[in-house]
Design a protein around this ligand. Structure first.
Ligand code: ADP
Length: 247
C-alpha cells in the first residue's frame, strides 16, 4: 500500500486582523524530503502550530490519508512526529529520561521505549551519551536527541521547523543529511521548514512560502526551469523580488 499524503487545503490563519496564512494549499510527496522554504515571517511556524493542533484551524482543512485533523485529531496526531524550532528537551534529565518521558506520553511500554531509543540513538551516533544530562550536550547533539524522540512512536510524517537553526555549518549539514537518510532508508515523509537556501536541493519537492502565500510548489528543478532560474536562490529572488536569507 502506498503511503498516504498530507494535504493542506485552503488554510487561512489570522492573528486578529493580521493574515499569517492565506488560502494555503500544500500536498506533500509521500516518502520524500519536502522542503518548505520561506523567510522569517513567511508563516512556517504558524503552519506547524496548525499541523500539531497547538492552534485551532480557523479556515480550511488538513488531512492525512483522508483522516481529518478536526474530526479525528488523536489518530491524525499519532501519525506525526515533530521537532519544533525551540528546544523542548528537559536539560536536567538525561537523554534516555527525555525519551522515556515522551514515549510514556505516547503509551509505549518501558521495554518498547528502551529498545526504540537504543536503535534511534545508535543510528544518530549518540548511544554512548544516553545517560548524560542533555545540558552537557552541544546544540547539534541536542537536535539529534529531539529527532530520536520524535521517531519513538513510529510516525509516518516528520515535521521539522528550522531544525538546524543556530547550529554551525557542519552540524547543520549533518542534521540535514541524517533527515534525508530517514526518507531514503525508511520511506518517511518529511516536511523540512527552513529559511536557508543551501538546505534545499533542486531535486527536492519544494514549497515556497512568502508573506503567508504559497508562491510555487513542485520539484525544485522544474520550478527553476519555469522561472528561468539557475538556482534555488535565483528562483526565490524571481518569485519574491527579494534575495533569500543565506545562513
Ligand atoms: P515564520 O515561522 O515563517 O517566521 P510565523 O508563522 O512565525 O512565520 O509568522 C507569520 C506572520 O504572523 C508574521 O507576520 C508574524 O509577525 C505573525 N505572527 C506570528 N505569531 C503571531 C502572534 N502570536 N500574534 C500576532 N502575529 C503573529
Amino acid at each position: 500500500m502506498s503511503t498516504p499524503s498530507l494535504e493542506i487545503k485552503s488554510v487561512t490563519h489570522r492573528y486578529g486582523s493580521r493574515v499569517a496564512l492565506e488560502s494555503v494549499d500544500i500536498t506533500l510527496q509521500p516518502g520524500q524530503f519536502n522542503a518548505l522554504l520561506g523567510p522569517n515571517g513567511a508563516g512556517k511556524s504558524t503552519l506547524f502550530a496548525l499541523l500539531t493542533r497547538l492552534f485551532k484551524l480557523q479556515q480550511g482543512e488538513i488531512l492525512f490519508g483522508g483522516l481529518s485533523i478536526n474530526r479525528e485529531p488523536r489518530l491524525f496526531l499519532s501519525h506525526m512526529g515533530v521537532v519544533f524550532q525551540q528546544n523542548t528537551l528537559d536539560l536536567d534529565l538525561t537523554v534516555l529520561q527525555n525519551l522515556e518521558y515522551h514515549g510514556a506520553l505516547h503509551g509505549l511500554s518501558t521495554r518498547e521505549i528502551r529498545a526504540r531509543a537504543e536503535q534511534e540513538l545508535e543510528w544518530l551516533g549518540l548511544k554512548d551519551r544516553s545517560h548524560d544530562r542533555v545540558r552537557a550536550l552541544n546544540g547539534g547533539h541536542r537536535r539529534r536527541v529531539e529527532i530520536a524522540r520524535s521517531l519513538l512512536h513510529r510516525p509516518s510524517i516528520l515535521l521539522l521547523d528550522e531544525a538546524s537553526a543556530g547550529l554551525d555549518v557542519a552540524s547543520r549539514q549533518a542534521i540535514n543529511g541524517a533527515v534525508r537518510d530517514l526518507c531514503a532508508q525508511r520511506g518517511l515523509t518529511v516536511l523540512w521548514a527552513t529559511h536557508i537556501l543551501e538546505e534545499v536541493k533542486t531535486s527536492d519537492p519544494t514549497i515556497i512560502l512568502h508573506k503567508g502565500k504559497v508562491l510555487a510548489q513542485g520539484i525544485g528543478q522544474a520550478l527553476c526551469d519555469d522561472q528561468n532560474a539557475q538556482s534555488i536562490g535565483e528562483l526565490f529572488e524571481h518569485l519574491t523580488g527579494t534575495t533569500g536569507q543565506a545562513a
